[in-house]
Design a protein. Sequence first.
Length: 454
Amino acid sequence: MNFLEYIENHRDQNLEELTEFLRIRSVSTKSEYKPDIERAAKWLAEKLRSAGMEKIEIYPTKMHPLVYAESKQIAGRPTILFYGHYDVQPAEPLNLWTSPPFEPAIRNGNLFGRGTADDKGQVHIHLKALEALFKTEGELPLNVKVMIEGEEEVGSVSLWDFVVQHRNQLKADALVVSDTSMLAKGVPSITYGLRGLNYYQLEVTGPVQDLHSGVFGGAVPNPLTILAEMIAKLHDKNFHVTVPGFYDDVATISRTERKALNSLPWREKDFRKNVGAPALCGEKGYTIPEQLWCRPTMETNGIWGGYMEEGAKTVIPSKAHAKLSTRLVPNQDPVKIAKLVEKYIRKLLPDTVKCKFEVLSMGKPWVAPYSHPIFQKAMHALEQGFGRKAVFIREGGSIPFVTQMHDTFNVPCVLLGFGLPDENAHAPDEHISLENYFGGIKSVAIFYDRFARH
């Protein structure tokens, strides 16, 4: 039996094992899920052994454990470092899920549940691909190192410390990541560019305590109103970010790349349907793919303050809060952008309030050439696994670790995504296409086998 036959014969077992993984509530943002996080790490360590790993360790960190594993290292064979994460986003609001988020369910050829697309399902694809190679050949055809963290959804707080401490141990010929998406259903894709991400939190304070809006209204600053006015000034009518200097260092997209990106089999009709808004808006002068992948943005991710319970309570709140983020593109420096954003926000806010500005995380953008032979091997593997032509794309999301690894180790980073843009990652009814899940296992196994024989 060859490895492709093995994969086909183990479809049911692989799916059953994935649902077991998905039932573990490995939510990294809430301390109440700490036991589940630790259970997920132990679960992975156990499954990595059947995937051909010989050295398996669970490293404690300041927050959540990191799982590291290595296959038997054989001189002369190429080495792959695979990275993924086992932590997931909170499932709330629970009432918007069709089926419970941690009770996986199959509907219309999709597997629903928190973590299906981001990133447990995609991690599991690699485990099963490696297992198929190991079980059918007696050993893996290449050297494999696996690093799966539990803090990606909270900014990978401990990851880089681990990399620095184990730099020699992590050396490889290429980094492989599956935490991205295909361009569209039926279009297997390799991502060669990601936007960077800065995340900020604001606390705007007016009066020292909440005040009666009848007794004090009209003479006292309202932090919520002031914060809303400030946020409204962060964009102009053409949806350009108004922060002075924000676009100064933005890299120009070449005419060739722009033509290639806009020639991809991407359908605006499908995008509009997935979004579901009455109409779209975006930076004037750029196509939607360019707005999503190649242009920087400023977004308000949350705003709160004052009375938010049922009924009425007439108060002027003491404080108002907001979470903001900027997606960054090549040549933009996250540190410089953070300073520009803070300076502009402080300029917009009046002297009637105080402002606490925090930078919660920063991440650089990443774009890499795909001329290395490994990318052609990946493309052929995807085409064989899915029976359809593969394409090269950029993505609007952020994986700061990819940039760090690329800059530190100077090796190609291959991003093989098996999710889809409409699979509700971070939202209710997250799901993964079973066609992509099973096709992904085949493609990754073919890719590893091809790379081993370069």
